[in-house]
Ligand binder design. Structure first.
Ligand code: PMV
Length: 349
């Protein structure tokens, strides 16, 4: 097809260890507090997007996992913002319509950061199509306009989203704290408890929390910054005890905020709570067995029931065998390859 430009990109999922929850500006997606995450390997949990751009296309069109969807407002914002930075030699492409085709190889909108991978991938792919110079344009700022947490999926390793202080959001961006090579022994196990979409979206939940949860306001002013500093120290020192304790406390506090929201948001279910119990018991068992660290595994849950468990390579196979024997309904279907292990449930609970 004459004049056709086409690119395919992949975007990884990231799972926050310091949680983003609550916006100070809904339109620009400016968060109330900083957050920090670990980007997972792209092979197992990823979004793949192909963008084609041609003078013969009549409309912008979008398909997600093989089904057509209208282009939503946030996608539109990413496209329009990307067009502002189009390179000189690709200028004429800004007049052409786009066909965007995305697929996720994991549950969409079930608390597995599908929007983070999806929007990071969309923005990265737009940047390739439009010849955007990454040295000049911060793609994390563009990705943030799609979904806040997406800004952290632009980088691998350990990524810090700095909330910034400006009103226009030019300083609300993500930076890499360390590459994954800093801590090669760190592993993430994703435990798929349910493929169901969450009842309250992150967008609606955050708005409701900001309006009703005093705990959210306290946390974002008094707690998060200190935890960010401690977490960065823990990562640089590869201090699993400190990393694990902050991660679990953050997950607990985020879900406490969800409960403090009125009406409350319930993101975890009974299986999620059993996973927490199991991690606590596993940590106690390891101490009894003479482990030199207080923690051997750390759980964290986003806005859904699915668990992410961080642990170190030396404990991986033992922990996986415990998970499988404790949750018989969970398929023994690991996606092998590190650092992510996906354990998926055969039935939605
Ligand atoms: O970027 P959103 O709107 O999908 O929000 C993500 C919020 C959490 O996943 C719950 C926490 C986080 O920091 O990723």
């Amino acid at each position: 097809m004459e004049g056709l430009v086409m690119k395919t990109c992949e975007g990884p999922v990231n799972i926050a260890v310091i949680k983003y929850w609550g916006k100070r500006n809904d339109e620009l997606i400016l968060p109330m507090n900083d957050s920090l995450s670990v980007t997972l390997h792209v092979d197992h949990l990823r979004s793949r997007t192909t963008i084609a751009c041609s003078p013969v296309f009549k409309e912008d069109e979008f398909w997600l996992n093989g089904k057509p969807f209208p282009i939503n407002e946030r996608m539109r914002t990413c496209i329009e913002e990307a067009k502002k930075h189009i390179s000189e030699e690709k200028k004429e492409l800004s007049k052409y319509k786009l066909r965007i085709c995305s697929e996720n190889n994991f549950a969409t909108a079930a608390g597995l950061a599908s929007s983070a991978a999806g929007f990071a991938c969309l923005v990265y792919c737009l940047a390739q199509v439009y010849g955007i110079d990454e040295k000049v344009v911060d793609l994390t700022i563009l990705a943030r306009r799609g979904s806040g947490s997406a800004c952290r999926s632009i980088y691998g390793g350990f990524v810090w989203w700095q909330k910034g202080t400006s009103d226009d959001g030019h300083d609300s961006k993500a930076v890499q704290v360390a590459s994954e090579a800093r801590w090669p022994e760190l592993r993430a196990v994703i435990l798929v408890v349910s493929h169901k979409q969450k009842d309250v979206s992150s967008k609606d939940g955050m708005k409701r929390s900001r309006e009703t949860s005093q705990l959210l306001h306290f946390r974002s002013k008094q707690i998060v910054q200190q935890r960010i500093e401690s977490m960065i120290k823990a990562i640089n020192a590869k201090d699993f005890d400190a990393f694990a304790e902050i991660t679990m406390k953050e997950s607990n506090q985020f879900h406490a905020v969800a409960l403090d929201t009125f009406p409350p948001c319930f993101y975890m279910n009974d299986v999620s709570r059993n996973v927490i119990d199991l991690v606590n018991k596993y940590n106690a068992y390891k101490v009894d067995m003479g482990s030199s660290t207080r923690y051997s595994a750390a759980y964290t849950f986003d806005a859904g029931p699915n668990a992410c468990i961080y642990l170190q390579d030396k404990d991986l196979s033992e922990f996986l065998s415990i998970i499988v024997s404790s949750f018989p309904s969970i398929e023994k279907e690991y996606v092998r390859g590190l650092p992510v292990e996906v354990v998926s449930s055969s039935v939605d609970i």
